[in-house]
Design a protein around this ligand. Structure first.
Ligand code: ZN
Ligand code: ZN
Length: 239
């Protein structure tokens, strides 16, 4: 058992709100310090999970400011006395409208929040001793970001990509082509083995989606990987 190396990052998913949004708790197993990603609501279930795994939460991370992802951010940050990082500043209009979104969908009261740090693509966020990369993935919302941990190949991608589907682009400031571009240019380069927790539904890997997703598989988009890789090699030779 002693040489059975424990993964440096663990995650637990708590489905919250009537939209069954995957709020995830991700922690560093060396320090037992963790982050709550996308606390949309149902605070008690989130607090129960934190207690069960005995995690010391140090921050809240937000992928995008839709109600089911961010509705309980302000309240949870007060209860846990932690700061908030994310999303990208282009979701400010959604942060400001959280109360209104709550009324519209008849959720438990939602509240606007104040982030300590808007994120950009290429930024890094720390959870305990672990560094997570950030990518800006507009298309579902303009300020959507995703988080990934290179070493354990784990990503939290919000409503950009789902198992067998992609995020809606018919909501305010959504854009279908931009969403597909985000997936192809920002997610796929992170590698086939990257497992991801989507905003809704079961986990999958980028490689599996490139094979089977009806919206963004290589086949659906007409991407020929073998040709692309051969071209890339030629280019590298030329350089
Ligand atoms: Zn959303
Ligand atoms: Zn969602």
């Amino acid at each position: 058992m002693s040489d059975n190396k424990q993964l440096s990052v663990h995650a637990f998913v708590v489905p919250v709100t009537p939209f069954q949004q995957n709020c995830s708790i991700i922690w560093c197993t060396e320090t037992m310090k963790g982050a709550v990603i996308d606390p949309g609501g149902d605070i008690q279930s989130i607090l129960d999970a934190i207690k069960k795994y005995n995690i010391s939460i140090e921050k809240i991370l937000i992928t995008h400011a839709h109600l089911d992802h961010a509705g309980a951010t302000a309240e949870l940050s007060r209860i846990l006395n932690v700061h908030i990082e994310g999303p990208h500043k282009d979701d400010m209009f959604l942060i400001e409208s959280l109360e209104e979104q709550g009324k519209k969908y008849n959720f438990s009261p939602a509240e606007s929040f104040k982030t300590s740090r808007f994120l950009e693509g290429g930024d890094e966020v720390k959870i305990g001793n672990q560094i997570f990369g950030v990518r800006h993935c507009p298309g579902h919302t303009p300020g959507h970001v995703i988080f990934f941990h290179e070493e354990t190949k784990l990503a939290a991608v919000g409503d950009v990509l789902f198992q067998g589907s992609i995020g809606r682009s018919d909501l305010p400031r959504g854009n279908h082509q931009q969403l597909v571009d985000s997936i192809v240019n920002e997610l796929w380069p992170l590698g086939d083995e990257m497992r991801f927790i989507p905003g809704h539904g079961p986990m999958s890997t980028f490689g599996n989606e490139r094979l089977t997703n009806p919206y963004v598989s290589d086949f659906a988009l007409g991407i020929d990987r073998e040709v692309n890789e051969a071209l890339k090699k030629q280019e590298e030779k030329r350089e």
